[in-house]
Design a protein. Structure first.
Lengths: 175, 497
């Protein structure tokens, strides 16, 4: 099995207090508060065409709009709390670039799977996903990679599609 | 016919070799579909419905009942081993079950899950036998106002599930409620946040959300470590220790009671019962400070609760002819296919069916215990697989599970999105439980609120004038007051010291 040492992501400048060195917008609670405020605004805009009704006869937009408002208020509170507590940094949540690359690689593999599974079919796409996961992300050798990829994709197809009759995508070439 | 005579008659029916076989087949299939995510008991029963038409009615219902309560046993396995809930009712088992696995205690967790399920299942059958008719009538007293108050009480559980920050827990609960509004409005049928897509028109499915937020997020978090450091702790010990037993006695008892009463209520179901049991343990368990960190109480209580609820959900069906959940609706369909109308007269008209099914549950629970305990040793061998190989297998499980719920790739995409969300929530220290709880309760809560207001012609007095609703709202107020008092009292003591 081959291993590759990841490059260290130094997030804490030496000899300085991390709390002093981080700008307000880099703190986790500030970032999450701001993101959730944006999400709440998006929810509000998305519900703008829905009838709100009255308190006694709520319409389809009653709950989404009030929930969006409440979420915006709570997220703003989190934002303010994050600014006041002056603790942590978003960059400090990940230890190094290599760990972030592995997570990103896996996410990319999953999104790729979703995009091509219907046209390429379950068997082929699953085998490729296993290849990527085992060889590139998991650093497994060729023999382990190919054996597990073939067994897992073929075995799961037999189990789910043949025996349990779950309808799995056959691919564009299957009529 | 008195109860003892009826029971003996029931055993005479269920101990027929053919029915023992169908009972075994049902619990075996139930265990398998419970372990496999995405393939739930309702889908399995729907698939088997045409096949059961050829069987005699009692055997068919015994088998389908076995599938349902058997799935509650199986659902905990993947929750404990790889943090993927096999069934939605096993979602909370992930919290402490998987932590136990990380500490090398997967064996005791799996063993206790099976034993708690057996004890609760057996007691629930006794309850079903003794108090079914009066409790069935109690369930009928629940209208939209009572449901709304019950859901509001359920949502206050967020205060106990939220971890360190109440603000973050509330935020996630509101976000969950907002996500629950996606899809058609339950009263007028207006589309909300569907963006003209078919998959969002029916709302966000719970299975892709569970798979994403638990399974995918866990794999992503583990992927951060270099491949040579990715490993689960080698399991030590197969069965619960004496201390585990001592710690689990009361959680099992409380879980059984909570599950039994919530299971009776239409719409209550095993999922809400298991969440309620988890919260109860967070309040009352001996090691409540360890809840979420690998406490066996967090496995024993919810697993007892979901089994008791699964058994209790037969009460409204058999005594009133009202299905409490989707699986019970399938059973109603099966009974109707066989020309039987369940209701208050079923006990008199078809005692063989009523008592035969009930007594088969005793047998089924014993079969499940015998089936599941030896499997513990087999299941924990999974943890010996190197994590770089296990990770894609977990992903495969999630991908097929999410796809099989609707047959649409969009559900797989939703699962991946929730996987990323769950991963980021872990990094930014947000708990997943409040979001999930709100997502589960959101839709029925809105439906009940609007129906209740429709009945009362817009008057909110309906929630206070109906006794059960009022009691539930008072319980909500008390539940909210406890954390506030807890927060205030130490501060006052600290000031006076």
């Amino acid at each position: 099995m081959r291993h590759r040492q990841g490059r260290t992501w130094n997030v804490q400048p030496q000899g300085r207090n991390v709390n002093d060195s981080q700008g307000c917008l880099k703190r986790p609670d500030v970032v999450s508060g701001l993101t959730l405020v944006c999400l709440a605004l998006f929810a509000w805009v998305g519900a703008s065409d829905l009838p709100i009704g009255t308190l006694h006869q709520p319409g389809a937009g009653f709950l989404p709009k009030h929930l969006a408002l409440l979420m915006a208020v709570l997220a703003a509170l989190l934002f303010v709390r994050g600014c006041l507590t002056r603790a942590g940094s978003v960059a400090g949540l990940w230890s190094d670039w290599a760990s972030l690359a592995r997570v990103g690689g896996m996410l990319a593999a999953l999104i790729g799977y979703v995009l091509v599974v219907e046209s390429a079919g379950y068997l082929l796409t699953t085998a490729v996903l296993f290849f990527v996961m085992l060889h590139w992300i998991g650093r497994q050798g060729w023999v382990v990679t190919l054996t597990v990829a073939a067994l897992a994709s073929g075995g799961s197809y037999l189990l789910f599609a043949r025996w349990l009759m779950v309808s799995l995508p056959g691919g564009a070439w299957v009529p | 016919m008195d109860t003892l005579q009826a029971l003996l008659h029931g055993f005479a029916v269920s101990l027929d070799p053919g029915r023992i076989f169908y009972c075994f087949l049902g619990v075996l299939l139930g265990t398998v579909v419970g372990v496999l995510p995405g393939l739930g008991p309702s889908a399995t029963i729907a698939l088997l419905l045409p096949v059961t038409y050829r069987l005699d009615t009692v055997s068919a219902i015994i088998m389908m009942a076995g599938i349902y309560y058997g799935s509650q046993y199986g659902g905990s396995t993947t929750s404990i081993l790889v943090r993927i809930p096999g069934e939605s009712s096993s979602m909370v088992t992930c919290f402490d079950g998987y932590e136990m696995t990380k500490q090398g205690r997967a064996g005791p967790a799996l063993g206790m899950a099976a034993i708690a399920s057996f004890i609760a299942g057996t007691f629930a059958v006794v309850g079903l036998m003794l108090v079914a008719p009066p409790l069935g009538r109690f369930a009928l007293a629940f209208g939209p106002a009572e449901y709304f108050s019950l859901m509001v009480l359920g949502l206050t559980l967020v205060a106990y599930l939220g971890g360190d920050s109440l603000l973050k827990a509330l935020l996630m609960a509101v976000f969950g409620l907002l996500l629950a509004t996606i899809g058609q409005d339950p009263v007028a049928g207006v589309e909300r946040y569907a963006f003209d897509t078919l998959v969002l028109r029916d709302g966000i499915g719970l299975v892709p959300v569970f798979m994403g937020m638990f399974g995918i997020a866990e794999v992503l978090a583990t992927m951060e470590q270099p491949p040579n450091q990715q490993r689960l702790t080698a399991p030590t010990g197969l069965l619960p220790t004496r201390q585990d037993w001592r710690d689990s006695r009361w959680p099992i008892a409380r879980g059984t009671i909570v599950g039994f009463f919530l299971g009776i209520l239409p719409g209550g179901g095993a999922t809400i019962a298991s969440i309620a049991s988890y919260v109860t343990e967070k309040r009352f368990a001996r090691n409540r400070d360890q809840m979420g960190k690998g406490a066996i109480e967090g496995v024993a209580g919810p697993e007892a609760s979901n089994n008791a609820a699964a058994t209790a959900s037969f009460i409204p069906l058999l005594t009133l002819g009202i299905p409490a959940n989707v699986v019970m609706a399938m059973m109603l369909a099966a009974l109707t296919l066989h020309g039987i109308r369940p209701g208050p007269l079923l006990m008199q008209e078809r005692p063989d069916l009523f008592w035969g099914v009930i007594t088969s549950m005793y047998l089924g629970n014993i079969m499940l215990l015998i089936l599941n305990l030896p499997l513990v040793g087999l299941f924990i061998q999974i943890l010996r697989i190197p994590y770089p190989i296990l990770a894609p297998l977990i992903l495969l499980f999630c991908l097929v599970g999410a796809y099989s719920t609707s047959g649409q790739v969009a559900d797989v995409f939703i699962m991946v999105c929730f996987g990323l969300l769950g991963y980021l929530m872990r990094k930014f220290k947000f708990e997943a439980a409040p979001l999930i709880l709100a997502l589960i309760l959101g839709k029925p809560m809105e439906e009940s609120l609007r129906q209740a207001l429709g009945i009362s012609q817009g008057s909110f007095a309906i929630f206070a004038t109906r006794p059960i609703s009022l009691i539930l709202l008072l319980a909500t107020a008390a539940s909210l007051a406890v954390p506030v008092v807890r927060w205030a009292v130490p501060k006052r003591n600290a000031r006076s010291a």
